[in-house]
Design a protein around this ligand. Structure first.
Ligand code: HEC
Ligand code: HEC
Length: 216
């Protein structure tokens, strides 16, 4: 991607991410739940997402939530509720959460810091690092680091990718447009990632996912 094209992509990204802010649950809203209720809910999340939110491999991969940016996490819960992001399990989990509970859950996971689960083929890591840091210019894929940060820790609405399960990352990127942004009347931040996910080959996705899965 040429420099000015990338600049424009980032401008659009900033615009979309910025515009979505007023739609969030009010962070200042008064808690309508007790401490034990919050603890019980967290214990429930962790039956699938792992004891320290490190992710879990069952019959399919449950994503890591530990260290995730609260704003991104809240955005996703909202997207499941509004069926902009399609996932039957998480719709059922999320639609019963009050806005203030949603915010409390998102804040909790930010402070967890378990070791990554790993498990990806190590021989793909070097190629994945290159894609992460430089993008794939001939396929108009910008460097992932431009938005997700040099250490893949994310910021605000840009998710952390460091330590995420490689098989989860693979599935999300190859199925992007089938699962995210499913309400045309309500475009969201998933649009920013759509062309990027689309322009990567499966082999490139595998490599970048392997690299990210080992990052602490
Ligand atoms: C029954 C299992 C189960 C439970 C319980 C559960 N989740 Fe999930 N969660 C999943 C699965 C499976 C996915 C992956 C969905 C996908 O592939 O799109 C997911 C995805 C997510 C995502 C999106 C992650 C990302 O990186 O985009 C968030 C956020 C999330 N869950 C939060 C929670 C919270 C908070 C709770 C507790 C209130 C919870 N989950 C309880 C199974 C579960
Ligand atoms: C122009 C900014 C931008 C660039 C460049 C970018 N991303 Fe993203 N990415 C985003 C945004 C914004 C989201 C959140 C989308 C949402 O909220 O639906 C995201 C989400 C993701 C997710 C979903 C995370 C999850 O937990 O489900 C993955 C995976 C991802 N990006 C991988 C990549 C990879 C790999 C690259 C480089 C090849 C990349 N991104 C480059 C902005 C970007």
């Amino acid at each position: 991607m040429k420099f000015n094209e990338l600049g424009r992509a980032l401008q659009i990204a900033a615009l979309i991410v910025g515009c979505s802010a007023p739609g969030h649950a009010e962070t200042g809203s008064k808690a309508d739940f007790s401490r034990p209720e919050l603890e019980a809910k967290l214990a429930y999340c962790k039956t699938c997402h792992g004891l320290s939110g490190q992710g879990f491999r069952g019959s399919f991969p449950m994503p890591r939530l530990a260290g995730q940016q609260p704003e991104y996490l809240e955005n996703q819960l909202q997207a499941f509720i509004e069926r902009r992001r399609m996932n039957p399990v998480m719709f059922n989990v999320a639609h019963v959460l009050s806005p203030s509970m949603l915010t409390a859950l998102a804040t909790h996971f930010k402070d967890l810091n378990p070791r990554p689960l790993g498990g990806a083929p190590k021989e793909l890591v070097a190629e994945g690092k290159k894609i992460y840091e430089e993008g794939v210019p001939r396929a108009e894929v910008p460097a992932c680091a431009n938005c997700h940060g040099p250490g893949a820790k994310g910021a605000d609405a840009f998710p952390r990718l460091a330590g995420q399960l490689h098989d989860y990352l693979f599935r999300k990127l190859v199925n992007w447009s089938k699962e995210r942004g499913q309400d045309r009347a309500k475009p969201d931040n998933s649009e920013i990632m759509a062309p990027i996910a689309h322009n990567l080959t499966e082999a490139q996705v595998r490599a970048v996912a392997a690299y990210l899965s080992y990052l602490e």
